[in-house]
Write a protein that binds this ligand. Structure first.
Ligand SMILES: Cc1cc2nc3c(=O)[nH]c(=O)nc-3n(C[C@H](O)[C@H](O)[C@H](O)COP(=O)(O)O)c2cc1C
Length: 181
């Protein structure tokens, strides 16, 4: 059975991206994938700097790296902050990029996000895809940008628009198709 790790770049209470994480996780399970859903608040890491790194790698980075290496696919749901990737996710990826062996070369990555703006995180997803590609990750083609949240999702966090429903199906298909298993 293929395995997926899902996470959200927002850990706030009521996060739309956590709801997207749960929605895509449910669709992956329906496609026969074993899903591990994590919350980044359980992997607390200080703001990266090389002096800190020289002293000690945070235990959370080591644990998270093991999780990233041991799953066939990783789905990241993330908000857009100021057109870019939010600091929690940047910091997480920065610490993980320093772990050996690489945490980026085993799984395939799917990325998506929900925002309150009408462009639906597409600017930040583009940055995130570039960054992940730069460190050797294979990111599937569908970028699951969704917004504005109050129009695109119902109260349970399920997409309401046919185009978004089709995009969810596409990213689940790509993740299951391109992952090694
Ligand atoms: C610092 C900050 C910057 C933001 N920048 C953007 C932005 O560039 N584009 C956008 O569509 N929404 C932006 N937003 C609004 C977020 O899309 C909105 O707060 C979203 O619900 C956050 O995701 P969450 O619900 O998962 O926490 C920003 C929010 C914050 C706090």
């Amino acid at each position: 059975m293929k395995t997926a790790l899902t996470l959200s770049g927002s850990i706030r209470k009521g996060s739309e991206n956590m709801r997207l994480q749960a929605h895509v996780g449910g669709k992956l399970e329906a496609a026969g994938v074993a899903v591990t859903a994590i919350n980044l608040s359980d992997f607390d890491m200080p703001l990266f700097n090389e002096d800190l790194e020289a002293e000690q790698t945070p235990e959370a980075a080591v644990k998270l790296a093991e999780l990233w290496r041991s799953h066939d696919m990783i789905f990241i749901a993330s908000p857009e902050y100021n057109g870019g990737v939010p600091p929690l996710l940047v910091n997480t990826i920065t610490w993980l990029s320093r772990q050996k062996p690489s945490v980026f070369r085993h799984a395939v990555f799917g990325i998506g996000g929900v925002s309150s703006g009408k462009y639906g995180t597409i600017f930040s997803l583009s940055h995130l895809r570039d960054s992940l590609s730069k460190v050797g990750a294979l990111v599937v083609p569908t970028l699951l940008g969704i917004g504005p949240a109050e129009e695109a999702l119902d109260t349970d966090g399920n997409p309401t628009e046919p185009a978004i429903i089709r995009k969810v199906e596409a990213i689940v298909h790509e993740l299951t198709h391109f992952s090694r298993g």
